[in-house]
Design a protein around this ligand. Structure first.
Ligand SMILES: [Fe+2]
Length: 257
């Protein structure tokens, strides 16, 4: 499985503090069936020193350790770029922060309850040519919770979504869980990732979380392997597998049919 959103690099954001903590997280990811992790450290005003150069250097350090320990896991560079910070970065720096060096950028929209200007910010980035955007955990973004149509418009216009696996099992509460399941039922979930920070705080267990949430093997393979692979390769997204009958029932209830 490929985890497109994981805070595995040590000492540069609110993820692992030391390289030993990163190793612990890597071991947990391997145990959960993950073979590739994209290191998506925060690039935001809270961590103004984080850059593509620093992330690349840290990725090399972690991969060297994994190789030494013969752990079957590849870490690739990436970032979780906050919308407000993205607007201030150069085009070259944004290009250096894409997921695995591919064409897609993981964008974090504001999580504060009063956040506004999401659509305008995204439009500004797109006008600068940054068209291929993956929205990090939209199920937790107040602007989308308040106005699901805004998210639907963005998805219709070509943006992708990466939902946190734990959202489906209720790790972020009932409302987020309900919204995540609604997005899944409506075909608005493209990728599922761990957004892991440590083995204690949100562990890197994408497959097990999705199994616990009742998704079938075809859905899990699609959301946690086939789609993230296409995103890394810049390839067209594979067609989604048919929705199981019981989830169609959930969709009907959600849509009031
Ligand atoms: Fe994150």
């Amino acid at each position: 499985m490929i985890d497109l959103h994981c805070h595995i690099l040590p000492g540069i954001d609110d993820g692992p503090r030391t390289i030993e903590d990163s190793l612990e997280l890597a071991q947990a990811a391997v145990a959960a069936g993950t073979t590739t992790i994209v290191a998506t450290s925060h690039v935001s005003w809270a961590y103004p020193d984080n850059s593509s150069q620093l992330i690349a250097q840290k990725v090399d350090e972690v991969n060297a350790m994994l190789l030494d320990l013969r752990l079957d896991l590849e870490v690739r560079p990436g970032a979780e770029v906050a919308l407000a910070r993205a607007l201030d970065l150069t085009d070259a720096e944004l290009a250096g922060l894409t997921l695995g060096g591919g064409p897609w950028l993981l964008l974090e929209c504001p999580l504060s309850p009063v956040a506004t200007g999401v659509e305008q910010g995204i439009d500004a980035l797109r006008r600068r040519g940054h068209e291929r955007l993956v929205l990090a955990h939209p199920e937790r973004v107040p602007a989308f919770q308040r106005d699901p149509e805004l998210l639907a418009r963005l998805v219709d216009s070509g943006l992708l979504t990466s939902v946190t696996a734990g959202a489906f099992t209720g790790r972020f509460g009932k409302n987020v869980q309900k919204f995540a399941r609604k997005l899944l039922a409506e075909g608005m979930v493209h990728d599922v990732a761990s957004d892991a920070h440590s083995v204690v705080r949100r562990p890197p267990a994408v497959g097990p979380e999705l199994q616990e949430a009742g998704l079938d093997v075809h859905q899990i393979d699609h959301l946690a392997r086939a789609v993230p692979l296409a995103i890394l390769q810049g390839a067209p997204l594979p067609p989604a597998p048919a929705m199981p009958v019981e989830q169609r029932g959930v969709l009907s209830r959600l849509l009031g049919r």
